[in-house]
Design a protein around this ligand. Structure first.
Ligand code: OGA
Ligand code: FE
Length: 284
């Protein structure tokens, strides 16, 4: 699992969950399915992996090479569990930040999730649990489909003529993160065969995401002790197939260096559509 890129970097040894069987399309229900229907199909299993300290290579990381990047960002949001405040204040902040970091001409922030295990178990704040299996949020099919779902038909067709990307902005609600941090995989260590399309069934639509199968070539990173003023960009789709990162993968994991009574991770991820100028120009 070693390569020049990670040789000598600080890391933790842990287990990451991957999809085992690539032959059947897995299905996950995002609501309680009808009686007799399993909420999730597809077999997942833990595999030993090293997760390297991304802080050790910060200057060389970019969205177009690794598929992720860490940005400094101060937010004015007082309460990330206040849905109205997040939509009114945070969405505008994220739009601006993503424009600055990517050089995009238009950014649409269209959704977000807050995550915290105990809140989720108590049914509080609409919180969900961290996702402990390697995945990517869009596929070759659902990437463009989301643009059609979310923009007017004419604008969608026009935007789809030019480069676009789908990027999640993930950050702690409370820092530092000391439990269930998020690992991200270097896009260059992944091949298309690692990605297995999976249906996500909502009440009103079926989304498609990628589950990820184990490959010992994968190089995983995380940013230990992430703070509230750090925003992790996850590129989950890029329409350009010219060698730059198009997909990557992410998963929450158990960090063996977490203190025993570490507070539960609290995080928010905002989902964005990122459109570039017709020339396809724009920074990584
Ligand atoms: C995401 C995601 C999982 C987590 O941001 O897309 O899958 O545990 N997050 O935060
Ligand atoms: Fe995700």
């Amino acid at each position: 699992m070693s390569s020049d890129i990670v040789a000598g970097l600080p890391h933790v040894e842990t287990m990451l969950n991957y999809l085992v069987d690539k032959t059947e399309k897995p299905v996950t229900y995002m609501y309680t399915p009808p009686p007799g229907t399993p909420p999730r199909t597809g077999r997942y299993a833990p595999y030993p992996m090293s997760v390297y300290d991304g802080r050790a290579i910060l200057p060389q990381i970019s969205l177009d090479t690794y598929g992720f990047v860490l940005a400094h960002h101060e937010t004015k949001v007082a309460n990330f569990y206040d849905e109205d405040e997040v939509r009114a204040v945070y969405y505008a902040e994220v739009e601006q930040l993503v424009k600055e970091v990517t050089g995009a001409v238009k950014v649409v922030v269209f959704d977000h999730n807050v995550r915290c295990t105990p809140m989720s178990q108590r049914g509080e704040n609409g919180a969900r649990e961290p996702v402990k299996s390697a995945h990517n949020d869009y596929t070759l099919r659902s990437g463009p489909q989301r643009v059609r779902d979310l923009l007017d038909a004419d604008e969608a067709e026009e935007r789809l003529q030019h480069r676009f990307a789908e990027i999640n902005i993930w950050r702690p609600i409370r820092g530092p993160v000391e439990e269930a941090p998020l690992a991200v995989c270097d896009a260059r260590s992944m091949v298309l065969e690692d990605f297995v399309a999976m249906d996500l069934k909502y009440r009103d639509r079926i989304g498609e995401v990628y589950s990820v199968a184990f490959n010992p070539q994968h190089r995983w990173f995380y940013f230990p002790h992430m703070q509230k003023n750090e925003a992790l960009f996850l590129k989950c789709y890029d329409s350009m197939s010219d060698g730059r990162a198009r997909f990557t993968a992410h998963t929450a994991f158990d960090d063996p260096t977490s203190p025993p009574n570490a507070p539960a991770r609290e995080s928010i991820e905002a989902r964005t559509l990122v459109f570039f100028a017709p020339e396809g120009k724009g920074k990584s």
